[in-house]
Design a protein around this ligand. Structure first.
Ligand code: AMP
Ligand code: GLY
Length: 422
């Protein structure tokens, strides 16, 4: 009987997972792919199932109804709400952490506590549960700071401030009753995402990637969920990744295991390369988006045995094979993103691009839907175009060449993804 894999999510990261699992079928065992809920792009490649709702219970019900051999969870929210716990209770292997371990992302305060325990170097922060105290502290931050909401905010709970006035304004903007805020030292340097597959005990680092968080070229404009990624960045040699694995990811996984909340899934460290060395800005409990689109495009071995081994505590001995070329992923976002993305703009050009898609060019759907028989925008990040090239400039040329053939009204994208890579 073919293995049945259920992928949970509806973004370009999940589309990339489905693509990689399909490509893996060419070298691995036969498989059936189901996506809950998926999107119109994924629906061309896997069966999509609509759950009753989008909460963890409804997603778990839909996944369990398939009697899957493996469930891979893309986004953080259902993990924080116990989706993996429910699947584990039903003895279904799940790639994704328990609600307890997912707090490494869901609570920045918890993440700081674990890092302190594990001796991991992170940005210094002070935690506030009163607005006035947070404001007073913000007022003393003359040289800038970063104000963060302690909770899941889809990449929008962070304001980087240049001076005290901006810091006070950020406290007022992010504050809500019952909230906790962190006021963090503002670091500088290039950012890097290092993600490890983790089975609770054993870790395997994926190739490094660099996200481009700001909306506009030259890292201007507001923070977003991510506007593009490159893997590998030219300043992240294997020795750096290895040292981040040893000094950041392994100690963090060990601290979680010691607290009886072993981490299973993708443990993601968002780092800043400061003059004093790498510092953790955040942990995520899942693959990054758009990092996953770039990283998975480089996977040359079958992801199915790898993700299943992680879910079943058998990662030791797994050896994923990576393409040595560079992958560049560019996000195409809707008009109004990241504030109020506009829906219903018709998307043109996808049909002609389908002929040139293959193992080195992926056009991945996220916020798209069918409306009156036409494909239209229906979310902030609409598509990701990911391409491989011998180096960053060739990968960029391929990705932007494909983008030139695509379009919708109000389409926003950065022209400079990977532009500063050597
Ligand atoms: P986070 O969600 O915590 O990763 O923050 C989102 C983005 O805000 C990061 O990718 C950085 O670009 C920026 N950021 C977060 N923390 C800091 C910090 N301590 N210093 C400078 N920039 C930061
Ligand atoms: N690209 C950053 C994230 O997935 O949170």
């Amino acid at each position: 009987m073919a293995a049945k894999v259920v992928v949970i999510g509806s973004g370009a990261r999940e589309h990339a997972l489905v693509r990689a699992l399909l490509q893996g079928a060419a070298v691995g065992e036969p498989r059936e792919l189901v996506c809950v809920p998926g999107n119109p792009g994924i629906a061309r490649e896997a069966r999509c199932v609509q759950p009753r709702g989008n909460d963890a219970q409804a997603l778990a019900d839909a996944a369990l109804a398939e009697s899957p051999s493996l469930v891979i969870v893309g986004p953080e929210a259902p993990l924080a709400d116990g989706l993996a716990d429910r699947l584990t209770a039903e003895r279904v292997p799940c790639f994704g952490p328990s609600a307890k371990a997912a707090r490494i992302e869901a609570s920045k305060a918890f993440a700081k506590e674990i890092m302190r325990e594990a001796g991991v170097a992170a940005a210094e922060a002070v935690l506030f549960d009163e607005r006035d105290a947070a404001r007073a502290h913000a007022r003393s931050q003359k040289h800038g700071c970063v104000v963060k909401l302690d909770g899941l905010a889809a990449g929008k709970g962070v304001v980087v401030c240049d001076d005290a006035a901006q810091a006070v304004a950020a406290v007022d903007e992010l504050w809500r009753p019952g909230a906790r805020l962190l006021v963090e030292e503002r670091l500088s340097g290039p950012e890097l995402s290092v993600i490890a597959l983790c089975d609770g005990e054993t870790l395997i680092a994926l190739p490094p990637a660099r996200d481009h968080k700001r909306l506009l070229d030259l890292d201007r404009g507001p923070n977003t969920g991510g506007m593009g990624a490159v893997s590998p960045p030219s300043d992240a040699p294997p020795a750096l990744v290895e040292s981040i694995l040893e000094t950041v990811l392994r100690p963090t996984a060990r601290a979680l295991a010691e607290r009886k909340m072993p981490f299973v899934g993708a443990l993601y460290a968002g780092l800043m390369m400061t003059p004093q060395g790498p510092r953790v800005l955040e942990f995520n409990c899942r693959l990054g988006d758009p990092e996953a689109q770039a990283i998975l495009l480089r996977l040359r071995s079958d992801p199915l045995p790898l993700f299943l081994a992680a879910a079943q505590g058998r990662l030791t001995g797994q050896r994923p094979v990576w393409d040595s070329r560079t992958a560049v992923a560019v996000v195409l976002a809707a008009h109004g993103y990241p504030g109020h993305p506009r829906a219903l703009d018709e998307i043109a050009g996808l049909d002609t691009l389908r002929e040139v898609e293959g193992e080195d060019l992926w056009i991945l759907h996220a916020g798209t839907r069918l409306h009156d028989g036409k494909l239209v925008t229906s979310g902030g990040r609409v598509l990701t175009v990911a391409a491989l090239g011998a180096g960053p400039s060739q990968a960029r040329a391929r990705a932007y060449g494909a983008i030139a053939r695509l379009g919708f009204r109000g389409m926003q994208f950065r022209q400079d993804i990977a532009a500063r890579e050597a």
